[in-house]
Design a protein around this ligand. Structure first.
Ligand SMILES: C[S@@+](CC[C@H](N)C(=O)[O-])C[C@H]1O[C@@H](n2cnc3c(N)ncnc32)[C@H](O)[C@@H]1O
Ligand code: SF4
Length: 461
Protein backbone atom coordinates (compact mmCIF):
# COMPACT_ATOMS: atom_id res chain seq x y z
CA UNK A 1 0.00 0.00 0.00
CA UNK A 2 1.25 3.48 -0.88
CA UNK A 3 1.25 5.58 2.30
CA UNK A 4 2.88 8.63 0.76
CA UNK A 5 1.28 12.02 1.25
CA UNK A 6 1.77 14.90 -1.11
CA UNK A 7 1.41 18.42 0.13
CA UNK A 8 -0.29 20.63 -2.42
CA UNK A 9 -0.94 24.05 -0.93
CA UNK A 10 -3.17 25.21 -3.74
CA UNK A 11 -5.45 22.20 -3.44
CA UNK A 12 -5.52 22.43 0.35
CA UNK A 13 -6.59 26.06 -0.02
CA UNK A 14 -9.28 25.09 -2.50
CA UNK A 15 -10.81 22.20 -0.57
CA UNK A 16 -10.12 23.05 3.06
CA UNK A 17 -13.68 23.63 4.29
CA UNK A 18 -15.29 22.70 7.58
CA UNK A 19 -16.27 19.05 7.84
CA UNK A 20 -16.88 16.12 10.18
CA UNK A 21 -14.14 13.78 11.39
CA UNK A 22 -16.39 10.78 10.71
CA UNK A 23 -15.90 8.97 13.98
CA UNK A 24 -19.52 8.06 13.27
CA UNK A 25 -21.87 8.29 10.31
CA UNK A 26 -24.38 9.84 10.63
CA UNK A 27 -22.51 12.26 12.92
CA UNK A 28 -23.77 13.26 16.39
CA UNK A 29 -25.46 16.30 14.85
CA UNK A 30 -28.05 13.91 13.45
CA UNK A 31 -28.88 12.28 16.79
CA UNK A 32 -32.50 12.76 17.89
CA UNK A 33 -34.27 12.53 21.22
CA UNK A 34 -36.93 10.22 19.83
CA UNK A 35 -34.22 7.58 20.16
CA UNK A 36 -34.45 6.96 23.92
CA UNK A 37 -33.47 4.38 26.51
CA UNK A 38 -36.42 2.13 25.54
CA UNK A 39 -35.27 2.06 21.91
CA UNK A 40 -31.69 1.37 23.05
CA UNK A 41 -32.85 -1.58 25.20
CA UNK A 42 -34.75 -3.06 22.27
CA UNK A 43 -31.77 -2.77 19.89
CA UNK A 44 -29.27 -4.00 22.49
CA UNK A 45 -31.28 -7.15 23.14
CA UNK A 46 -31.65 -7.78 19.42
CA UNK A 47 -27.90 -7.40 18.97
CA UNK A 48 -27.31 -10.60 20.94
CA UNK A 49 -28.36 -12.58 17.88
CA UNK A 50 -25.05 -11.62 16.24
CA UNK A 51 -23.03 -12.99 19.18
CA UNK A 52 -20.35 -10.44 18.28
CA UNK A 53 -17.77 -9.34 20.88
CA UNK A 54 -18.20 -6.20 22.95
CA UNK A 55 -16.26 -2.99 23.40
CA UNK A 56 -16.71 -0.92 26.58
CA UNK A 57 -16.01 2.81 26.73
CA UNK A 58 -15.90 4.47 30.16
CA UNK A 59 -15.97 8.24 30.32
CA UNK A 60 -14.25 9.70 33.41
CA UNK A 61 -14.87 13.43 33.04
CA UNK A 62 -12.82 15.01 35.84
CA UNK A 63 -9.64 17.10 35.44
CA UNK A 64 -7.68 18.78 38.22
CA UNK A 65 -6.92 21.84 36.07
CA UNK A 66 -8.25 22.91 32.72
CA UNK A 67 -6.06 23.19 29.63
CA UNK A 68 -7.22 26.25 27.73
CA UNK A 69 -7.28 24.55 24.31
CA UNK A 70 -9.43 21.64 25.52
CA UNK A 71 -12.42 20.55 23.46
CA UNK A 72 -13.11 17.35 25.45
CA UNK A 73 -16.14 16.73 27.65
CA UNK A 74 -14.73 17.39 31.07
CA UNK A 75 -15.44 18.81 34.53
CA UNK A 76 -12.57 20.79 36.08
CA UNK A 77 -12.45 20.37 39.84
CA UNK A 78 -10.00 20.14 42.72
CA UNK A 79 -12.54 18.16 44.72
CA UNK A 80 -11.43 14.53 44.45
CA UNK A 81 -14.46 13.34 46.43
CA UNK A 82 -16.63 14.06 43.36
CA UNK A 83 -15.34 10.88 41.80
CA UNK A 84 -17.05 8.61 44.35
CA UNK A 85 -20.57 9.87 43.53
CA UNK A 86 -19.88 9.58 39.81
CA UNK A 87 -18.41 6.09 39.98
CA UNK A 88 -21.25 4.72 42.09
CA UNK A 89 -23.57 5.67 39.18
CA UNK A 90 -21.22 4.07 36.65
CA UNK A 91 -21.30 0.85 38.72
CA UNK A 92 -25.09 0.92 38.64
CA UNK A 93 -25.08 1.66 34.92
CA UNK A 94 -22.73 -1.29 34.34
CA UNK A 95 -25.20 -3.54 36.15
CA UNK A 96 -28.16 -2.27 34.08
CA UNK A 97 -26.26 -2.54 30.81
CA UNK A 98 -25.00 -6.04 31.58
CA UNK A 99 -28.58 -7.30 31.86
CA UNK A 100 -29.08 -6.48 28.18
CA UNK A 101 -26.12 -8.42 26.77
CA UNK A 102 -25.47 -12.17 26.75
CA UNK A 103 -22.61 -13.31 29.01
CA UNK A 104 -21.20 -15.29 26.11
CA UNK A 105 -20.21 -12.00 24.43
CA UNK A 106 -16.59 -11.35 25.31
CA UNK A 107 -15.17 -7.85 25.87
CA UNK A 108 -12.31 -7.69 23.37
CA UNK A 109 -11.89 -3.94 23.65
CA UNK A 110 -12.09 -1.65 26.67
CA UNK A 111 -11.19 2.00 27.03
CA UNK A 112 -11.09 4.54 29.84
CA UNK A 113 -11.21 8.05 28.41
CA UNK A 114 -11.83 11.54 29.64
CA UNK A 115 -11.35 14.05 31.03
CA UNK A 116 -8.64 12.33 33.02
CA UNK A 117 -9.21 8.68 33.97
CA UNK A 118 -6.29 8.74 36.44
CA UNK A 119 -8.04 11.52 38.41
CA UNK A 120 -9.73 8.74 40.41
CA UNK A 121 -7.96 7.01 43.30
CA UNK A 122 -6.24 3.64 43.08
CA UNK A 123 -9.02 2.05 45.12
CA UNK A 124 -11.62 3.51 42.81
CA UNK A 125 -9.75 2.14 39.79
CA UNK A 126 -9.69 -1.34 41.35
CA UNK A 127 -13.37 -1.18 42.23
CA UNK A 128 -14.36 -0.04 38.76
CA UNK A 129 -12.46 -2.86 37.07
CA UNK A 130 -13.79 -5.43 39.58
CA UNK A 131 -17.35 -4.31 38.95
CA UNK A 132 -16.74 -4.51 35.21
CA UNK A 133 -15.49 -8.09 35.57
CA UNK A 134 -18.49 -8.94 37.69
CA UNK A 135 -20.89 -7.61 35.03
CA UNK A 136 -19.17 -8.54 31.77
CA UNK A 137 -16.95 -11.31 30.42
CA UNK A 138 -13.46 -9.82 30.23
CA UNK A 139 -10.46 -11.60 28.73
CA UNK A 140 -7.86 -12.78 31.22
CA UNK A 141 -5.08 -13.69 28.80
CA UNK A 142 -4.02 -10.15 27.81
CA UNK A 143 -5.30 -10.71 24.27
CA UNK A 144 -7.87 -7.90 24.50
CA UNK A 145 -7.15 -4.30 23.58
CA UNK A 146 -7.58 -2.61 26.96
CA UNK A 147 -6.48 1.00 26.80
CA UNK A 148 -6.43 4.13 28.93
CA UNK A 149 -5.73 7.84 28.42
CA UNK A 150 -3.05 9.05 30.83
CA UNK A 151 -2.21 12.57 31.86
CA UNK A 152 1.41 12.13 33.03
CA UNK A 153 0.87 14.86 35.63
CA UNK A 154 -1.77 12.65 37.23
CA UNK A 155 0.14 9.36 37.35
CA UNK A 156 1.79 8.56 40.66
CA UNK A 157 4.78 6.24 41.07
CA UNK A 158 2.80 3.01 41.17
CA UNK A 159 -0.24 4.02 39.07
CA UNK A 160 1.11 2.40 35.91
CA UNK A 161 1.91 -0.84 37.71
CA UNK A 162 -1.62 -0.94 39.11
CA UNK A 163 -3.19 -0.28 35.71
CA UNK A 164 -1.22 -3.13 34.23
CA UNK A 165 -2.39 -5.42 37.03
CA UNK A 166 -5.96 -4.40 36.30
CA UNK A 167 -5.55 -5.61 32.73
CA UNK A 168 -4.63 -2.52 30.71
CA UNK A 169 -2.08 -3.13 27.97
CA UNK A 170 -2.21 0.09 25.90
CA UNK A 171 -2.03 3.72 26.82
CA UNK A 172 -2.01 7.13 25.25
CA UNK A 173 -0.20 9.98 26.97
CA UNK A 174 -1.33 13.58 26.71
CA UNK A 175 1.72 15.76 26.00
CA UNK A 176 0.69 18.39 23.38
CA UNK A 177 3.96 20.36 23.36
CA UNK A 178 7.19 20.46 25.40
CA UNK A 179 7.87 24.16 24.77
CA UNK A 180 7.67 26.15 28.02
CA UNK A 181 6.09 29.24 26.45
CA UNK A 182 3.41 27.19 24.71
CA UNK A 183 2.71 25.21 27.89
CA UNK A 184 2.24 28.42 29.86
CA UNK A 185 -0.12 29.92 27.27
CA UNK A 186 -2.38 26.85 27.37
CA UNK A 187 -2.14 26.31 31.15
CA UNK A 188 -0.59 22.89 30.91
CA UNK A 189 2.75 22.80 32.66
CA UNK A 190 4.23 19.37 32.24
CA UNK A 191 7.90 18.50 32.39
CA UNK A 192 9.55 16.17 29.94
CA UNK A 193 10.74 14.20 32.95
CA UNK A 194 7.14 13.49 34.09
CA UNK A 195 6.26 12.19 30.65
CA UNK A 196 9.37 10.05 30.33
CA UNK A 197 8.85 8.46 33.72
CA UNK A 198 5.38 7.27 32.75
CA UNK A 199 6.57 5.99 29.40
CA UNK A 200 9.42 4.09 31.02
CA UNK A 201 7.08 2.62 33.64
CA UNK A 202 4.72 1.51 30.86
CA UNK A 203 7.57 -0.32 29.14
CA UNK A 204 8.84 -1.88 32.36
CA UNK A 205 5.37 -3.14 33.19
CA UNK A 206 4.88 -4.64 29.74
CA UNK A 207 2.33 -2.35 28.12
CA UNK A 208 2.04 -3.50 24.51
CA UNK A 209 1.60 -0.10 22.96
CA UNK A 210 2.30 3.49 23.92
CA UNK A 211 0.95 6.46 22.06
CA UNK A 212 1.62 10.17 22.50
CA UNK A 213 -0.87 12.98 21.85
CA UNK A 214 0.46 16.26 20.46
CA UNK A 215 -1.39 19.30 19.16
CA UNK A 216 -0.23 21.68 16.44
CA UNK A 217 -1.60 25.19 16.03
CA UNK A 218 -1.32 26.19 19.72
CA UNK A 219 -0.32 29.73 20.79
CA UNK A 220 3.36 30.65 20.30
CA UNK A 221 4.07 27.48 18.33
CA UNK A 222 6.40 27.93 15.41
CA UNK A 223 7.93 25.60 12.88
CA UNK A 224 11.13 25.52 14.92
CA UNK A 225 9.56 25.09 18.33
CA UNK A 226 7.31 22.23 17.22
CA UNK A 227 10.17 20.62 15.36
CA UNK A 228 12.15 20.64 18.63
CA UNK A 229 9.22 19.01 20.47
CA UNK A 230 9.03 16.31 17.79
CA UNK A 231 12.76 15.63 18.11
CA UNK A 232 12.38 15.13 21.83
CA UNK A 233 9.39 12.84 21.30
CA UNK A 234 11.24 10.77 18.69
CA UNK A 235 14.02 10.13 21.20
CA UNK A 236 11.56 8.25 23.39
CA UNK A 237 10.30 6.21 20.47
CA UNK A 238 6.52 5.80 21.04
CA UNK A 239 4.68 3.11 19.03
CA UNK A 240 2.05 5.59 17.88
CA UNK A 241 1.59 9.34 17.68
CA UNK A 242 -1.55 11.41 17.36
CA UNK A 243 -0.86 14.91 16.13
CA UNK A 244 -4.13 16.82 16.40
CA UNK A 245 -5.00 20.05 14.69
CA UNK A 246 -6.02 22.77 17.16
CA UNK A 247 -9.28 24.33 16.05
CA UNK A 248 -9.93 27.64 17.81
CA UNK A 249 -13.69 27.71 18.45
CA UNK A 250 -14.03 29.88 21.59
CA UNK A 251 -17.77 30.33 21.11
CA UNK A 252 -18.21 26.55 21.50
CA UNK A 253 -15.49 25.69 24.01
CA UNK A 254 -15.37 28.05 26.96
CA UNK A 255 -11.77 27.40 28.12
CA UNK A 256 -10.55 28.49 24.67
CA UNK A 257 -11.68 32.05 25.47
CA UNK A 258 -8.57 32.28 27.61
CA UNK A 259 -6.36 31.78 24.58
CA UNK A 260 -5.24 34.96 22.89
CA UNK A 261 -6.07 34.48 19.19
CA UNK A 262 -3.26 36.85 18.24
CA UNK A 263 -0.72 34.42 19.65
CA UNK A 264 -1.87 31.57 17.40
CA UNK A 265 0.38 30.66 14.46
CA UNK A 266 -1.00 32.09 11.19
CA UNK A 267 -2.63 29.59 8.77
CA UNK A 268 0.45 29.38 6.56
CA UNK A 269 2.74 28.57 9.50
CA UNK A 270 0.26 25.94 10.69
CA UNK A 271 0.38 24.26 7.31
CA UNK A 272 4.18 24.41 7.35
CA UNK A 273 4.14 22.76 10.79
CA UNK A 274 1.88 20.01 9.47
CA UNK A 275 4.09 19.41 6.46
CA UNK A 276 7.23 19.35 8.60
CA UNK A 277 5.52 16.91 11.00
CA UNK A 278 4.56 14.49 8.25
CA UNK A 279 8.04 14.68 6.71
CA UNK A 280 9.87 14.30 10.01
CA UNK A 281 7.76 11.40 11.25
CA UNK A 282 7.91 9.64 7.89
CA UNK A 283 11.71 10.03 7.85
CA UNK A 284 11.79 8.55 11.35
CA UNK A 285 9.99 5.47 10.06
CA UNK A 286 6.39 6.16 11.06
CA UNK A 287 3.50 5.49 8.69
CA UNK A 288 0.84 8.16 8.33
CA UNK A 289 -2.29 6.06 8.92
CA UNK A 290 -4.42 9.11 8.25
CA UNK A 291 -6.57 11.66 10.14
CA UNK A 292 -3.82 12.78 12.59
CA UNK A 293 -2.53 9.25 13.34
CA UNK A 294 0.99 7.90 12.86
CA UNK A 295 2.23 4.42 13.77
CA UNK A 296 5.24 2.17 13.31
CA UNK A 297 5.11 -0.15 10.29
CA UNK A 298 4.65 -3.27 12.44
CA UNK A 299 1.87 -1.71 14.52
CA UNK A 300 -1.56 -3.38 14.46
CA UNK A 301 -3.14 -0.22 13.04
CA UNK A 302 -0.86 -0.28 10.02
CA UNK A 303 -1.33 -4.02 9.53
CA UNK A 304 -5.12 -3.63 9.75
CA UNK A 305 -4.97 -0.83 7.21
CA UNK A 306 -2.99 -3.05 4.88
CA UNK A 307 -5.22 -6.09 5.20
CA UNK A 308 -8.44 -4.08 4.95
CA UNK A 309 -9.76 -4.60 8.49
CA UNK A 310 -9.21 -1.14 9.96
CA UNK A 311 -12.26 0.57 11.42
CA UNK A 312 -13.12 3.99 12.77
CA UNK A 313 -15.10 4.79 15.89
CA UNK A 314 -15.30 7.42 18.62
CA UNK A 315 -11.79 6.67 19.82
CA UNK A 316 -10.37 7.17 16.33
CA UNK A 317 -8.99 4.26 14.32
CA UNK A 318 -9.60 0.79 15.70
CA UNK A 319 -8.89 -2.81 14.80
CA UNK A 320 -12.14 -4.12 16.29
CA UNK A 321 -14.72 -3.61 13.55
CA UNK A 322 -16.93 -6.44 14.72
CA UNK A 323 -17.76 -5.13 18.22
CA UNK A 324 -20.89 -3.60 19.61
CA UNK A 325 -19.69 -0.58 21.59
CA UNK A 326 -21.31 0.20 24.96
CA UNK A 327 -20.80 3.76 26.26
CA UNK A 328 -20.72 4.24 30.04
CA UNK A 329 -20.69 7.50 31.98
CA UNK A 330 -21.93 11.01 31.22
CA UNK A 331 -21.78 12.13 27.54
CA UNK A 332 -20.51 8.76 26.32
CA UNK A 333 -21.68 7.44 22.95
CA UNK A 334 -22.38 3.79 22.20
CA UNK A 335 -22.75 2.02 18.89
CA UNK A 336 -24.97 -1.03 19.24
CA UNK A 337 -26.59 -2.91 16.36
CA UNK A 338 -27.48 -0.47 13.58
CA UNK A 339 -27.63 2.49 15.97
CA UNK A 340 -25.78 5.16 17.96
CA UNK A 341 -26.86 6.15 21.47
CA UNK A 342 -25.62 9.00 23.65
CA UNK A 343 -25.87 9.43 27.43
CA UNK A 344 -27.03 12.54 29.28
CA UNK A 345 -24.32 15.19 29.18
CA UNK A 346 -24.45 17.00 32.50
CA UNK A 347 -23.57 15.18 35.71
CA UNK A 348 -26.89 16.16 37.34
CA UNK A 349 -28.98 14.77 34.51
CA UNK A 350 -26.87 11.63 34.30
CA UNK A 351 -27.19 11.05 38.08
CA UNK A 352 -30.93 11.70 38.00
CA UNK A 353 -31.51 9.05 35.33
CA UNK A 354 -29.38 6.38 36.94
CA UNK A 355 -30.86 7.07 40.39
CA UNK A 356 -34.32 6.59 38.88
CA UNK A 357 -33.23 3.12 37.74
CA UNK A 358 -33.10 4.07 34.06
CA UNK A 359 -30.31 3.99 31.52
CA UNK A 360 -28.96 7.49 30.80
CA UNK A 361 -29.43 7.33 26.99
CA UNK A 362 -31.16 10.53 25.88
CA UNK A 363 -30.61 10.67 22.14
CA UNK A 364 -29.32 8.68 19.22
CA UNK A 365 -30.16 7.43 15.78
CA UNK A 366 -31.20 4.14 14.21
CA UNK A 367 -29.47 3.84 10.87
CA UNK A 368 -31.55 3.45 7.71
CA UNK A 369 -30.34 1.17 4.94
CA UNK A 370 -29.06 4.24 3.10
CA UNK A 371 -27.11 5.33 6.22
CA UNK A 372 -25.55 1.87 6.48
CA UNK A 373 -24.47 1.88 2.84
CA UNK A 374 -23.00 5.39 3.11
CA UNK A 375 -21.27 4.52 6.39
CA UNK A 376 -19.70 1.52 4.70
CA UNK A 377 -18.42 3.67 1.81
CA UNK A 378 -17.07 6.39 4.12
CA UNK A 379 -15.41 3.83 6.40
CA UNK A 380 -13.69 2.10 3.50
CA UNK A 381 -12.35 5.41 2.19
CA UNK A 382 -11.27 6.95 5.50
CA UNK A 383 -9.63 3.73 6.74
CA UNK A 384 -8.13 2.22 3.61
CA UNK A 385 -7.94 5.09 1.12
CA UNK A 386 -9.29 2.74 -1.51
CA UNK A 387 -12.69 1.30 -2.35
CA UNK A 388 -13.49 -1.55 -4.70
CA UNK A 389 -16.85 -0.76 -6.23
CA UNK A 390 -17.67 -4.46 -6.76
CA UNK A 391 -17.21 -5.14 -3.01
CA UNK A 392 -19.75 -2.49 -2.05
CA UNK A 393 -22.14 -3.75 -4.73
CA UNK A 394 -21.84 -7.31 -3.44
CA UNK A 395 -22.32 -6.29 0.20
CA UNK A 396 -25.42 -4.20 -0.43
CA UNK A 397 -26.83 -5.58 -3.70
CA UNK A 398 -26.77 -2.20 -5.39
CA UNK A 399 -25.51 -0.86 -8.68
CA UNK A 400 -22.89 1.56 -7.28
CA UNK A 401 -22.73 3.78 -10.36
CA UNK A 402 -26.49 4.14 -10.36
CA UNK A 403 -26.89 4.53 -6.57
CA UNK A 404 -24.12 7.11 -6.33
CA UNK A 405 -24.55 8.75 -9.75
CA UNK A 406 -24.66 12.28 -8.32
CA UNK A 407 -21.75 11.66 -5.97
CA UNK A 408 -19.61 10.25 -8.79
CA UNK A 409 -20.37 13.30 -10.86
CA UNK A 410 -19.32 15.60 -8.01
CA UNK A 411 -16.12 13.57 -7.52
CA UNK A 412 -15.05 14.34 -11.10
CA UNK A 413 -13.53 17.64 -10.00
CA UNK A 414 -11.41 15.80 -7.44
CA UNK A 415 -10.35 13.34 -10.15
CA UNK A 416 -9.28 16.25 -12.35
CA UNK A 417 -7.39 17.83 -9.44
CA UNK A 418 -5.52 14.57 -8.80
CA UNK A 419 -6.99 13.89 -5.35
CA UNK A 420 -8.50 10.57 -6.35
CA UNK A 421 -8.63 8.22 -9.31
CA UNK A 422 -11.66 6.20 -10.39
CA UNK A 423 -10.43 3.42 -12.66
CA UNK A 424 -10.99 -0.31 -13.16
CA UNK A 425 -13.84 -0.38 -10.67
CA UNK A 426 -11.74 1.15 -7.88
CA UNK A 427 -11.74 4.54 -6.18
CA UNK A 428 -8.22 5.29 -4.99
CA UNK A 429 -7.21 8.23 -2.82
CA UNK A 430 -3.97 9.55 -4.30
CA UNK A 431 -1.07 11.04 -2.29
CA UNK A 432 -2.43 14.58 -2.92
CA UNK A 433 -5.84 13.56 -1.60
CA UNK A 434 -4.75 11.91 1.66
CA UNK A 435 -4.82 15.10 3.73
CA UNK A 436 -8.20 15.96 2.24
CA UNK A 437 -9.82 12.60 3.00
CA UNK A 438 -12.59 14.23 5.04
CA UNK A 439 -13.55 16.34 2.03
CA UNK A 440 -13.63 13.25 -0.17
CA UNK A 441 -15.87 11.41 2.33
CA UNK A 442 -18.10 14.48 2.60
CA UNK A 443 -19.23 13.85 -0.98
CA UNK A 444 -21.03 10.71 0.24
CA UNK A 445 -22.59 12.38 3.32
CA UNK A 446 -26.25 13.01 2.64
CA UNK A 447 -26.76 15.20 5.73
CA UNK A 448 -24.09 17.81 5.18
CA UNK A 449 -26.42 20.40 3.82
CA UNK A 450 -29.00 19.88 6.56
CA UNK A 451 -29.72 22.77 8.90
CA UNK A 452 -28.50 20.80 11.92
CA UNK A 453 -25.06 20.44 10.35
CA UNK A 454 -24.47 24.13 9.69
CA UNK A 455 -21.63 25.54 11.77
CA UNK A 456 -21.07 22.27 13.67
CA UNK A 457 -17.71 21.23 12.34
CA UNK A 458 -14.15 22.46 12.44
CA UNK A 459 -11.90 23.13 9.45
CA UNK A 460 -10.36 20.07 7.95
CA UNK A 461 -6.74 21.21 8.24
C1 LIG B 1 -9.07 13.48 27.02
S1 LIG B 1 -7.55 14.12 26.51
C2 LIG B 1 -6.29 12.97 27.07
C3 LIG B 1 -6.20 12.58 28.50
C4 LIG B 1 -5.81 13.62 29.52
N1 LIG B 1 -6.95 14.41 29.85
C5 LIG B 1 -4.69 14.50 29.08
O1 LIG B 1 -4.97 15.61 28.66
O2 LIG B 1 -3.54 14.06 29.15
C6 LIG B 1 -7.52 13.67 24.83
C7 LIG B 1 -6.64 14.42 23.88
O3 LIG B 1 -7.45 15.28 23.09
C8 LIG B 1 -6.61 16.25 22.49
N2 LIG B 1 -7.33 17.54 22.47
C9 LIG B 1 -8.06 18.10 23.45
N3 LIG B 1 -8.56 19.28 23.05
C10 LIG B 1 -8.16 19.48 21.77
C11 LIG B 1 -8.36 20.50 20.78
N4 LIG B 1 -9.07 21.58 21.05
N5 LIG B 1 -7.80 20.35 19.57
C12 LIG B 1 -7.07 19.26 19.29
N6 LIG B 1 -6.83 18.27 20.16
C13 LIG B 1 -7.38 18.35 21.38
C14 LIG B 1 -5.34 16.32 23.33
O4 LIG B 1 -4.26 15.91 22.54
C15 LIG B 1 -5.61 15.34 24.45
O5 LIG B 1 -4.45 14.66 24.82
S1 SF4 C 1 -6.61 18.08 27.68
FE1 SF4 C 1 -6.98 16.47 29.16
S2 SF4 C 1 -6.30 17.34 31.16
FE2 SF4 C 1 -6.48 19.03 29.75
S3 SF4 C 1 -8.55 19.80 30.19
FE3 SF4 C 1 -8.69 18.42 28.41
S4 SF4 C 1 -9.23 16.49 29.25
FE4 SF4 C 1 -8.50 17.73 30.96
Amino acid sequence: MDHSTQFDLELIGKYNQTGPRYTSYPTAVQFEEKYDDAEYRRIAQQSNASGSPLSLYFHIPFCDTVCFYCACNKVATKDRTMAAGYLSRVHEELRMQSELFDDSRVVTQLHWGGGTPTFISHDEMRQLMNKTRECFTLLDDDSGEYSIEIDPREAKGDTIKLLRELGFNRMSLGVQDFDAKVQKAVNRLQSKQETLQVLQAARDEGFRSTSIDLIYGLPHQSLNSFSATLDEILEVDPDRLSVFNYAHLPERFKPQRRINAEELPPPQEKLDILQMTIDKLSDAGYIYVGMDHFAKPDDELVKAQEDGTLYRNFQGYSTHADCDLIGLGATSIGMVGPSYAQNMRSLDEYYERIDAGRLAVFRGVTLTRDDLIRRDVITRLICHYTLTIGDVEASWEIDFRDYFAEELERLQEMVEDGLISIEDGTINVLPRGRLLIRNICMQFDIYLNSKASQGSFSKVI
